[in-house]
Ligand binder design. Structure first.
Ligand SMILES: Cc1ncc(COP(=O)(O)O)c(C=O)c1O
Length: 424
């Protein structure tokens, strides 16, 4: 329905009907959660062979016993698998532990305390350092900046990635801008895939700070849910051409391929950066869990097999996205005030509600027993000055729960939108 073009009387009637529905939901004492992008149990079940992978083969190849210390930067088999997946050289790959977010935090806190390739540690600079944060973005990225005292500069996301005119003009002149957060394929929460032009501009733009880095969080690189999902240009290949490879730290993990929070992570970086990463990692740990890395290799086998696993994952995820997207289309298909993206991969749908309504929607959902990610979470310091963005995560609930959760959400969005229009 096009709520914007209804008369106040028509709005009052429609509102009364939706309130009746909402009150019925209240009586159901629901407990539903669409808040975090977690895989459902059926997705995790796909990874079951990983649990018995090691029983098959405890004779480690190449004469190295992975049960012992050594190989700080990971086992060669996983290095090759990740290198093949991203079409980068194996010597660019550092294989880590269970969490890529942990690696991101490490890279930033290391830069704070010990600098980047010999630069002044950020904590010793006379001014606070700054990061560019494309919005809407991932709350945990912004949280790292907030907790480490990094000033965040919001830059709008376009359909093809961050607004590069703004990014370029900022980084070219301000040496205190030390980083930009990027989720280049199926961004969290917008589902945006950066265009080749955006990737090229990121790789080649002029930067004032020599220790500026692109924190390229490629978590959803292989998480297409439709056959026609756009590919991502190879940033390392472009950067090599322009001799700018040192500005890229690319992160990835198998959290949403095998087991969430119990997979294997990766940083990819130029040989110069990798040398420094290895040195600093060596201060913190003698090595990551190579036995689990090897189990992953035995299960994942090859880059092609990873893509085959992801096609199985997509079969489970796609119908869930469709439930939510169909419901949004039916309810708000012709509305100008409630809009959303139709992602071709990743874990999220970004719902853009009428200005000034997101918090009220969140509260009303909560009251009806539906948890969604808190309003504002997609912006630095939880401050969305438009109060309009909500992140919807359809993967975790069962199909039945998801249908109910979507009904509740749609009803609440309708109510708050109509109430706002009536009050105008
Ligand atoms: C964009 C993004 N990066 C990183 C992570 C966390 O990755 P990991 O489990 O490897 O720490 C998530 C999880 O939701 C995410 O959405």
């Amino acid at each position: 329905m096009r709520y914007e073009s209804l008369t106040k009387e028509e709005l009052q009637d429609a509102l009364a009907a939706e309130k009746k529905r909402y009150n019925a939901f209240l009586k159901e004492k629901l407990s539903l959660d669409m808040s975090r992008g977690k895989p459902a149990a059926a997705q995790l079940d796909l990874g079951a062979p990983l649990l018995s992978a090691l029983n098959k083969d405890m004779s480690f190849p190449k004469g190295t016993d992975y049960r012992n210390y050594g190989l700080l930067d990971g086992i060669p088999e996983m290095k090759k698998l990740f290198a093949d997946l991203f079409d980068i050289p194996e010597e660019y790959v550092f294989v880590g532990g269970n969490s890529s977010l942990n690696l991101m935090y490490d890279m930033i806190s290391d830069a704070m305390l010990t600098g980047v390739l010999g630069s002044t540690p950020w904590v010793r600079l006379p001014q606070k350092v700054k990061f560019i944060c494309p919005v809407p973005g991932y709350d945990r990225h912004f949280n790292i900046c907030e907790k480490l005292g990094i000033e965040m500069i919001s830059v709008p996301m376009n359909e093809d990635g961050p607004d590069m005119d703004i990014v370029e003009s900022l980084v070219a002149t301000d040496p205190y801008i030390k980083g930009i957060w990027c989720v280049p394929r199926f961004s969290n929460p917008g589902g945006i895939v950066y265009s080749e032009e955006v990737v090229r501009r990121l790789a080649t733009m002029k930067v004032a700070a020599p220790d500026f880095r692109i924190y390229y969080d490629n978590s959803y690189f292989v998480h297409a849910i439709t056959e026609d999902a756009p590919e991502l240009a190879n940033i390392f290949r472009i950067a090599k051409e322009y001799d700018t490879e040192d500005r890229i730290y690319m992160f990835f993990s198998t959290s949403k391929i095998t087991f969430a929070g119990s997979g294997v992570s990766m940083i990819a970086a130029s040989p110069k950066n990798l040398l420094s990463i290895k040195e600093k990692m060596g201060w913190k740990t003698i090595g990551f869990n190579k036995v689990w890395q090897y189990a992953h290799y035995l299960y994942l086998q090859s880059a092609d097999h990873v893509l085959a696993i992801m096609r199985e994952q997509a079969k489970l995820i796609r119908p869930k996205f469709e439930i939510v997207l169909d419901a949004f289309n039916e309810a708000f298909g012709d509305s100008d005030t409630v809009t959303w993206n139709t992602p071709k991969g990743g874990y999220f749908i970004c719902l853009k509600c009428m200005r000034g309504t997101a918090k009220a929607i969140w509260n009303m959902c909560k009251k009806a027993g539906l948890t969604i990610t808190s309003a504002g979470a997609s912006h630095p310091l939880h401050f969305d000055d438009s109060d309009s963005y909500l992140r919807i995560a359809p993967t975790y609930p069962s199909v039945e729960d998801l249908k109910k959760a979507t009904e509740v959400l749609v009803t609440v969005v309708k109510i708050v939108t109509m109430e706002t229009l009536i009050a105008k």
